[in-house]
Design a protein around this ligand. Structure first.
Ligand code: PBG
Length: 286
């Protein structure tokens, strides 16, 4: 977040913070010391507008953060979330017109946002918007602008899930009308997940991600069977918050619940896991 110094705890995600750049640099230095290979950045803009224009501002919060991290710890892989929901006044992941989310009009904005991130020094881009064709659009944008070596980690399989609720508090990105069901996936549908993965690979994705993780282990396993591509899984805010809350009540053992969940995700076939427990796990391992 913007600001000279300090951090604020996220009420729905105990132990997680909105960081100013100064605090972020302490966090990333610690990550490197703990052996964490990569971080992903989400931004809180100064102001939100209809088109989410701060998302691609060269001096936006994420662009500034990328440069600061790469300057301090060049060895830490910096991934960025490419999606405009934190930047739009309506809170949707796409351009909105007459109450409708416009798929194709959104692609140009995502491409601009992606380019602003790599220009600032991002190592890998992670589009999370779920517009059709965005991996191809971003890949093309990168290639014509000389960023041929920058990989794309696609949120290929992203379900319309209630487990994102704590994050939306954290990022202040609740949709102001309707829901995300016109672009995120139907929880009952596994075959669509296979089509999403196939399309994203065809469009140039280097890694495909499944999200949320624990409620969709069957989907991870199925992708592992069908495709030869690295699979990432995102243990989302709600998965984290549930463990934290139950542990606080004394109903489950936090460390055990954390490890059992992460091992299950790994067992299902995830090659890498994006988790809010990263520091805690790394501490257990060291
Ligand atoms: C979209 C985005 C979301 C999350 C990651 N990227 C929110 C959403 O789709 O509503 C959720 C992550 C989490 O719940 O931990 N920018």
């Amino acid at each position: 977040m913007h600001g000279k110094s300090g951090k604020t705890e996220i009420a729905t995600m105990p132990g997680q913070y909105r960081h100013t750049i100064k605090e972020l640099l302490k966090e990333t230095r610690e990550a490197v010391q703990l052996g964490i290979p990569a971080v992903i950045l989400f931004g809180i803009p100064k102001t939100k507008d209809e088109t989410g224009s701060e998302a691609f501002h060269p001096q936006g919060i994420v662009q500034t953060a990328i440069a600061a991290i790469k300057d301090q710890t060049p060895e830490l892989l910096v991934i960025t979330d490419v999606c405009i929901d934190e930047y739009t006044s309506h809170g949707h992941c796409g351009v909105v017109k007459d109450g409708k989310i416009l798929n194709d009009e959104t692609l140009a904005v995502l491409e601009k946002m992606a380019l602003s991130h790599v220009a600032a020094g991002a190592d890998m881009l992670a589009p999370s918007d779920m517009m059709d064709g965005r991996v191809g659009a971003i890949r093309k944008g990168l290639d014509v602008n000389g960023f041929t070596d920058t990989p794309i980690l696609s949120y290929a399989v992203k379900y319309a899930s209630c487990f994102y609720a704590p994050f939306r508090e954290a990022a202040d990105s609740r949709p102001q009308f309707g829901d995300r069901k016109s672009y995120q996936m139907d929880r009952a549908n596994r075959r669509e997940a296979m089509r999403e993965v196939a399309l994203d690979i065809e469009e140039g994705a280097d890694i495909v991600m499944v999200k949320p993780a624990l409620p969709y282990l069957d989907v991870i396993a199925k992708i592992k069977q069908r495709f030869d591509i690295p699979i990432a899984a995102y243990q989302v805010s709600g998965e984290y918050a549930m463990i934290k809350a139950a542990a606080k009540m004394g109903w489950v053992d936090e460390q055990q619940a954390m490890m059992e969940s992460l091992i299950a995700i790994r067992r299902a076939g995830a090659d890498m896991i994006l988790t809010y427990f990263a520091k805690e796990v790394a501490r257990q391992q060291s």
